[in-house]
Design a protein around this ligand. Structure first.
Ligand code: ZN
Length: 188
C-alpha cells in the first residue's frame, strides 16, 4: 500500500474532468485501496482520484456505518458520534459513479475538503440521492443515500467533474477562501 500526495488549490489538475474507467484490473483495485489509505491518513471522509492527480472516475468514502443503515440516526446524534469517533468504519469504493436521482429538498451543511485544508463553508445541496456505480467486485450497485453520505457523494463526484465545494458558494466568499488558502499553502 502506498500513500499519495493530495493536491491543493490552485493546482490546475483540480479542474480536470476525469475519464471513465474502462477495465477494472488489479491496478485499479490497488489504486482504490491506496486512495482509502491516503484518505484515512489525512483524516478525511472522502477522496476522489482527481485529488491525487489521476484522471479516472474513482471515489472512496467512509462516513461510518450507521449512516447507511436502514434506520437513520438524527444529524445531531450523528455529528456527536463523528466527534467522539464512535462510528464503525464503512469504506465505500465507487468506480464510474453516476447520480441518477437528486431530491428536490435541499440541506445546508458545512463542508471541507482535503484539497483546501483548513477552510470550511456552508453548502446547500439536495438532501438525498440515488447513485449508480460499479464496486470493487465489478458488481453494479444502486445506492440510496441521505444525510452526510449524500453530501459526501455529491462533493466527491463534483471533484471528478472539476468542481470544488467553493464553486457552490458566493463569488465573494470563494475569493476570500482561495486568496487566504493559496497564500497559506505557498508558505509550506
Ligand atoms: Zn473535496
Amino acid at each position: 500500500m502506498s500513500l499519495y500526495e493530495i493536491i491543493k488549490v490552485p493546482n490546475p489538475f483540480l479542474k480536470v474532468k476525469a475519464k471513465p474507467v474502462i477495465e477494472i484490473d488489479n491496478k485499479i483495485l490497488t489504486l482504490l485501496d491506496d486512495m482509502l489509505d491516503t484518505m484515512y491518513n489525512a483524516n478525511g471522509i472522502g477522496l476522489a482520484a482527481t485529488q491525487i492527480a489521476i484522471d479516472k472516475r474513482l471515489i472512496v468514502m467512509d462516513c461510518g456505518k450507521n449512516n447507511i443503515d436502514e434506520e437513520e440516526i438524527s444529524e445531531e446524534e450523528y455529528n456527536k458520534k463523528i466527534k467522539n469517533d464512535k462510528l464503525e468504519p464503512f469504506p465505500i469504493k465507487m468506480i464510474n459513479p453516476e447520480i441518477i436521482f437528486l431530491s428536490e429538498d435541499l440541506k445546508e451543511r458545512e463542508e471541507g475538503c482535503l484539497s483546501i485544508p483548513g477552510y470550511n463553508a456552508n453548502v446547500k445541496r439536495p438532501s438525498s440521492l440515488k447513485v449508480r456505480y460499479t464496486d470493487e467486485n465489478k458488481k453494479n450497485i444502486t445506492l440510496e443515500a441521505s444525510g452526510l453520505l449524500a453530501t459526501c457523494i455529491q462533493h466527491e463526484i463534483d471533484h471528478l467533474n472539476g468542481i470544488l465545494f467553493i464553486d457552490h458558494i458566493s463569488k465573494l466568499k470563494r475569493e476570500i477562501i482561495l486568496k487566504k488558502a493559496i497564500k497559506e499553502y505557498s508558505k509550506q
